[in-house]
Ligand binder design. Sequence first.
Ligand code: MN
Ligand code: MN
Length: 465
Amino acid sequence: MEKSEFKELKKQLLSTRKNGYDCPVDEAAIETYCSGYKAFLDAGKTERLCAAQTVRLAEEKGYRPYVRGMALKPGDRVYLTNRGKAVLLAHIGRRSLAEGAQIAAAHIDSPRLDLKPNPLYEEAELAYFKTHYYGGIRKYQWVTIPLELHGVVALRDGSRVQINIGGDSGDPRLVITDLLPHLGAEQGKKPLATAIPAETLNLLLGSRPIGGEEESGRVKLAVMKLLNEKYGITEDDFTSAELEAVPAGRACDIGLDRSMIGAYGHDDRVCAYAALKALLDLEETPEKTAVCVLADKEEIGSDGVTGMQSAAFDTFMEDLCESQNVAVRACFEKSFCLSADVTAAYDPDYADVYEKRNAAYLNYGVGLCKYTGARGKSGASDADAETVAYVRRLFDEAGVIWQIAELGKVDAGGGGTVAMYMANRNITTLDAGVPVLSMHAPFETVAKLDCYETYKAMRAIYQAR
Ligand code: MN
Ligand code: MN
C-alpha cells in the first residue's frame, strides 16, 4: 500500500479526535465566557447563593417569576425558584410542548461541611463549631485551609437571617486544625480515609475569653456574643439553621498559560453556568421550549424537595403544559434532557485508576457519558445508541468539540448524576459535562476550553429543531 493511500484510509476509517486547541477555537470568546463563569462562582458558593445569583442574571435578561396559571406565548421567559435552593427556567418555544421540551439539568450544590444542629462548644478554652460533611469529601483535604461560613438562620417568627463570615474582603476566616508532623507518626500510618475522623472536622471560632477567671465557657460565650451582636441570634437558633463551611478565596486562572480555572465548586456549577448562560443568551425564540434545571441535593442522592427526584420539576412542567392543554406525560416522552454534570479528567499522576482509551481529557471538549454508575453500570440510566447518535449529530452540526468517556477503570469505582431521575420520568437523557481534575476537592481544576465547549453544547441542545 502506498503511503498516501494508507494515510487516506486512516483518515477515512479511524477516529480523529484531537486536542481542542488543534481545532478552530475562538480564544477571545473562551476568555470572556470564563470571566463570567469565575464571577458566577465567586457570587454563589452555596446552593442558596448560587440560586440567588441565577435569579439576578435571569432577571437582567428579562426572565419573570412564573406564577401558576400565567398565560404563556412563544418567546416568553419565566423562572421558578424552589425554596431558594433550586431554580427552573423556561424559554417558551414556537412549537407546542406536546412535541417535547429541550432540557439541560445541572446541580448547584457542592460538597462542603454543614454545621450540626448543636454546633457550638468550647474545649480547652477554644470555641468550635461541630460539622457534618455533605457529599463525598476526602476529609484530609479540608484541614488547614481557610474556610468561610454561609447560610441562613430561620427564626421562630418566620424571619430569616443571612450569615456570611469570611465572604467579604477583610473578614476573618475559619479553619480546621491538623496534627503537626512531629506528633503525627501514628496518624501518618493510617489510610487516608480514616486518618482524619469526621468528628475532628471542627471549625475553630475563637480563643479570647470574656468574664472573670472563675467563670467557665468564657470563649464560647464570647463567640455567641459576637454572633448575637452581628446577627441577633442565640444558641438555640442554630437548631433551625443551614450553615455551610466552604473554602475561602476566589476562582482564579491556573497555569502559566492561564488555560485552566481553579476554584471551589466546579462540580457542578461549571455545567450549571453553561446551561444557564446558554439559555439566557438565546436571542431567538427556540423551536421547542428550552428548559434549564439547576437542582439541589445531587451530591447526597437527589432526594428531598429541592432535589431532582422532587415533584417540583414535574409540577413546573405540568403547569407549563397545562397552559397549552398538553398532558405532561405526552411532553416528557418527546423531550430530551442533557444531564449536565462533570466527569473525571484523566490525571497522569494517578494513571492507574483511569482506562486511558476511555478517559476524558482536559481540552478535548465536553465529555459525553453514555452511562455512569458503578459495579457494572449499576445506578446508571445508560442512554441508548440512538440517543448518543442524536447528540453526536447535534454537536457536530453546531461545531462543538466533544469527547466520550467513562469515569475511570470499571473496577476502580464510579459515580452518579441526575440522569437516571430524568430518564425514569420517560425523558430521553444523556450525560455530558466538563472534565475536572481533583473533583470534590476544596479546589478543583477545569480547562477553559472545555467550559466554553460545554456552553456551546447546551446552546445546541436548546436550539435543536
Ligand atoms: Mn456533579
Ligand atoms: Mn459531585
